[in-house]
Design a protein around this ligand. Structure first.
Ligand SMILES: *Cc1c(COP(=O)(O)O)cnc(C)c1O
Length: 423
């Protein structure tokens, strides 16, 4: 028995599935989750002393790699000063100014502790500001685990939204409208039917939680136009794409300024942070200024704020994004040579899909080739044995970090090619 197997047997007695977030449980790929003791740069080390090249990178936050020296230094200094104050303090001010001065559509922001919280709060602001109750979301987009966001559409607009989880409040289900991605006609139909009741449309402008599903510019522009025409707010959920595809996130790539935007993952430098922000008059709806209540005992935790600032300082001048784009392009080129493998990539985010793909770009979950998740699962453990750690689900994307070298990328591509050849 490996040490991971021993620990997993114990963990199963303590927590559901032995984990504290479901995808860590290896349900999607089978077998025992690998217990890691730590990470350094682009590598993870497990409890049995094995090393892995990490392409999961904590599901996105670690754009600078594990153990980034500047983040570490900022965290140690913050610890020495005191790690929870529960008062006004200068650290969230510095991080807030750093962001607001560089992202024009974030005129005002509020820090929270996770992406889920950021989304919940932004939705509350949208409802408070518009006096409307319905929220439009898109099939295949993940926005954290708030009740109203755990829904996808059935096939066809006439069908009721179907919950992805038990235990949701009936109202959350009733007040969420779900539309397909990549479909302007369906969008127009939704607004024709519900336009006056929709407080906000929320979308991942670069959907990256159910494969990587880049959207056409025209689709995003249509969404922006329809929300404006119907008096609904546009929320871009940039928890995964913010500070990832560029410092200003996908908003800048698409050239669309949303009313509200949510952040998480990278914004905390690897510590638990989320944020929501946007137009000043909307954010002024939030307590203590306005009537929309939102609070947090540990919000804007000084250690997390200093970690986030140290991370964003390294990203702000854009040079790391150029480096990440070059590494991403290198990986894409190498993987495109692998038969039966379809690759989608935007910057340092990539997704490998195994199966018969007819379109150039997969843009909706309906276009997933049958059996792609099972094929990913059969590739997973051989890759693990070769020292490659990917997210343990075929529907999760991969991430490159500033700590990955060209040699690391070539090693991934070679391992994937050799593994796929044997499937
Ligand atoms: C990860 C993610 C969330 C949820 O963030 P948590 O910090 O896990 O609560 C929300 N939206 C998007 C787009 C995400 O990628």
């Amino acid at each position: 028995m490996s040490r991971s197997e021993e620990l997993y047997a114990r963990a199963l007695r303590v927590a559901p599935g032995g984990v504290h977030s479901p995808v860590r449980a290896f349900k999607g790929v089978g077998g025992t989750p690998v217990f890691m003791t730590g990470g350094s740069q682009a590598r993870l080390r497990d409890v049995d002393g094995r090393e892995y090249l990490d392409f999961c990178m904590a599901f996105g936050p670690l754009i600078l790699g594990h153990g980034n020296a500047q983040v570490r230094e900022a965290v140690v200094a913050a610890l020495d000063r005191g790690w929870s104050l529960g008062t006004a303090e200068p650290y969230s001010l510095e991080l807030g100014e750093f962001i607001c001065s560089r992202i024009p559509w974030v005129q005002n922001l509020r820090f929270v502790n996770s992406g889920t919280e950021a989304v919940m709060s932004a939705l509350r602001v949208a409802r408070g500001a518009t006096g409307r109750s319905k929220i439009l979301k898109f099939e295949g987009c993940y926005h954290g685990h708030a009740d109203a966001m755990l829904l996808r559409a059935g096939s066809g607009l006439a069908e009721a939204a179907l919950p992805d989880s038990a235990g949701l409040g009936a109202e959350a289900v009733r007040e969420t409208v779900v539309a397909p991605l990549d479909d302007e006609a369906a969008l127009a139909a939704v607004f024709a039917q519900h336009g006056k009741e929709i407080a906000a449309a929320i979308i991942e402008p670069l959907p990256a939680n159910y494969g990587l599903l880049p959207q056409r510019q025209a689709f995003l522009e249509t969404l922006a136009r329809l929300t404006r025409q119907h008096g609904a707010l546009l929320i871009f959920d940039e928890v995964i794409s913010g500070f990832r595809v560029g410092f200003q996130g996908y908003c800048a790539v698409a050239g669309i300024e949303p009313d509200l935007v949510t952040y998480g993952k990278i914004i905390g430098g690897g510590f638990p942070v989320g944020a929501y922000g946007g137009r000043r008059e909307l954010m002024q709806q939030v307590a203590p200024v306005g009537p929309v209540y939102q609070a947090g005992t540990l919000s804007a935790n000084p250690v997390a704020m200093c970690a986030g600032l140290a991370a964003l300082r390294q990203l702000a001048d854009g040079s790391l994004y150029a480096q990440l784009e070059a590494r991403g392009a290198r990986l894409e080129r190498a993987l495109r040579g692998v038969p039966k493998l379809h690759v989608q990539r935007v910057g340092s985010v990539f997704w490998m899909c195994l199966g018969e793909v007819t379109q150039d770009v997969i843009r909706t979950p309906k276009q997933f080739p049958a059996g792609c998740a099972q094929r990913y699962a059969s590739m997973y453990h051989p890759l693990l044995a070769r020292g490659i750690y990917l997210a343990p689900s075929g529907f999760e994307v991969g991430f490159l970090s500033a700590a990955h070298s060209d040699a690391d990328i070539d090693q991934l591509a070679e391992a994937v090619a050799a593994t796929v050849a044997k499937l």
